[in-house]
Design a protein. Structure first.
Length: 344
């Protein structure tokens, strides 16, 4: 199936978005460092608005940079004031602190100046579950023409669908794909940053003579929170006695995007232990994402005896996803152009 795509960054939110137009369906792939998911949106449910906006992420970047530089300035100022009292090996921590101070100061000033500038952006607005959902995306000069062509194609498809009386479809999301180790690493780094600030504050009190104990060695504990956080996540996922061995293997294949192997592993596990509800749900998810709708519906029939309300909801989602895939495989605009029936 032919597709048209463009990669963009989100406004005031982490991560990137890839807009991919297949047939008359716009797929919004949302990605960040710890997770990703896709949203399948029929073009008739889309509105596009263009404008300009300030980048508030740059504002926060500037504020954090200036605050961190101020925090680092405190021990450095004490060193300059009481320099005769320090010894030579104090340069081991003075020089890294000075480098961090200059770096955070430059980042802070740069962030403030970038915030003051207005940047072009585009809003993708759609109706999802009765409420408006908006994706605000920056339009950089190198992708400006690609975005313009994509928007023009969307509106042209909307006109064709309206003239031919297509039945409007619902917006269909797919499940989240997360990276638990990266999430654990971010949590550990956040703890290390808080400890770094507290230790630096205690050093200021030490240098002012409030107590005599030397605590510089406490900086050595900063690598441990990220390591412990990642290690605990590994132990929890690898040695959990509650999860069958086959499910762990299927989950690893799923995270490596080896979906066919994961499906085979889950099917074999279901045959051995048919009462594992979470395994069957995972299998339904994989089959739906791979377009195996008949097999997914068959698994829903078995799932209905355990979770009837959830099984009904899954059947509805699978039915809508089948309609979405049919629209993706049908190049409406190309066929109209070839037949010469599109009016300017």
């Amino acid at each position: 199936m032919a597709s048209y795509s463009v990669d963009l960054t989100r406004v005031n939110s982490p991560g990137t978005v890839r807009l991919e137009l297949k047939g008359s369906i716009l797929i919004i792939h949302k990605n960040n460092w710890v997770s990703r998911y896709s949203l399948y949106v029929p073009v008739e449910a889309i509105d596009v608005e263009e404008g300009k906006k300030r980048n508030y992420r740059k504002l926060w970047e500037g504020i954090i940079g200036l605050m961190l530089s101020f925090l680092l300035c405190l021990p450095l100022s004490l060193w300059f004031i009481y320099k005769p009292l320090f010894v030579v090996y104090d340069f081991i921590w003075i020089l890294p602190l000075m480098a961090l101070f200059l770096f955070s100061l430059i980042v802070g000033i740069r962030g403030i100046f970038q915030f003051l500038k207005l940047n072009p952006m585009v809003d993708i607005i759609l109706q999802y579950r009765g409420r408006p959902m908006k994706f605000s995306l920056w339009v950089k000069p190198e992708v400006k023409m690609a975005v313009k062509n994509l928007v023009a194609r969307i509106y042209e498809l909307k006109k064709i669908l309206d003239l031919e009386g297509y039945i409007p479809l619902k917006v269909c999301p797919l499940w989240f794909h997360s990276n638990p180790y990266r999430k654990a690493l971010i949590i550990g780094l956040a703890v290390s940053f808080v400890l770094f600030c507290l230790i630096s504050l205690c050093l200021v009190f030490q240098w002012t003579g409030m107590y005599r104990y030397r605590i510089e060695w406490l900086y050595l504990v900063l690598p441990f929170p990220p390591l412990l956080s990642v290690a605990s996540e590994f132990l929890r996922r690898t040695f959990s006695w509650r999860l069958p061995k086959g499910f762990k293997k299927a989950r690893r294949d799923f995270e490596k995007e080896n979906y066919s192997s994961a499906i085979l592993e889950l099917q074999q596990l279901i045959e051995e232990q048919p009462d594992l509800v979470f395994v069957r749900f995972f299998l339904i998810q994989l089959l739906t994402e791979q377009g195996e709708f008949d097999m997914a519906l068959k698994q829903c029939e078995e799932f209905y005896f355990h979770e009837p309300s959830l099984a009904t909801q899954l059947k509805t989602t699978i039915w809508w996803m089948r309609c979405i895939w049919e629209r993706m495989e049908k190049p409406i605009l190309d066929s109209q152009n070839n037949s010469g029936s599109v009016k300017e």
